[in-house]
Design a protein around this ligand. Sequence first.
Ligand SMILES: C[S@@+](CC[C@H](N)C(=O)[O-])C[C@H]1O[C@@H](n2cnc3c(N)ncnc32)[C@H](O)[C@@H]1O
Length: 260
Amino acid sequence: MWPNDECILEEFNFFIKEKLGKDAIAIFIDNPILSNKDIKEIEYFLNQKGKGVPIDYILNESSFYRDSFYVDNRVLIPRPETEILVDFINNLKLKPESKIIDAGVGSGCIGISIAKYNPDLNVYGADYSYDALTVAQINKKKLRVENFYLINTNWLNSFNKKTFDLIVSNPPYISKSDPHLEDLKHEPYDALVSGTEGLENFKLITNQALEVLKDDGLLCFEHGYDQSESIKEIMMMNNFKDIRTIFDNQSLPRITLGKI
Ligand SMILES: C[S@@+](CC[C@H](N)C(=O)[O-])C[C@H]1O[C@@H](n2cnc3c(N)ncnc32)[C@H](O)[C@@H]1O
């Protein structure tokens, strides 16, 4: 039952260590008698990997920023690019009591990582998916974050006018004809796909942000590496100012922000 694919082998070693607290190489060399429970765990891992399920879903765990988040197939697996967005916001040193919305909260990775390290801010995690909100609630409890509140809403529809200092969003931005979708088939479709160009959600959120942000409020988007020019244009058409883009570790434009 030993995996022979090198990539799976690496994840297998990780899984054995995390789940069984054992060293896979030692199991291989010493060939100890495994308990039925251990064998079942190993069979489960191989079965899931055989179906292409990502390791984070198999372990129900994802490392993000400075913490470990609970994940399952109701939410997108947090991505390393998103840590850059969180780090940028955490370095803004916003005024105490500032109010932030994480629009499209998913697992809660963005909102919780802001709220946890800025206990004097109030962070609202918004999603239209009850499944996503359930997972975000699990993470709020797991990471003991008090200043993080969950709201079921269609983007910014439920928020009062001119109330928020910052809106951050990593919305679904993949076009429905994108061939890469096949590689992402285990993640929730509605967390990934936005219309024919992948830009629809940016347009909706930017337009609604005009109402909900206070004067001088900031809108920050994570987006696809080839979408920054379109997003700048959307922000300009909505009269945002001081628009700029931040690059990821591979020098790709990943985050675009602007002020009203
Ligand atoms: C790309 S995922 C981002 C999840 C998480 N913020 C992250 O960065 O990993 C987008 C999220 O937006 C939510 N979403 C999609 N359409 C929405 C809408 N109309 N209103 C609110 N949330 C929406 C999805 O349910 C999903 O959780």
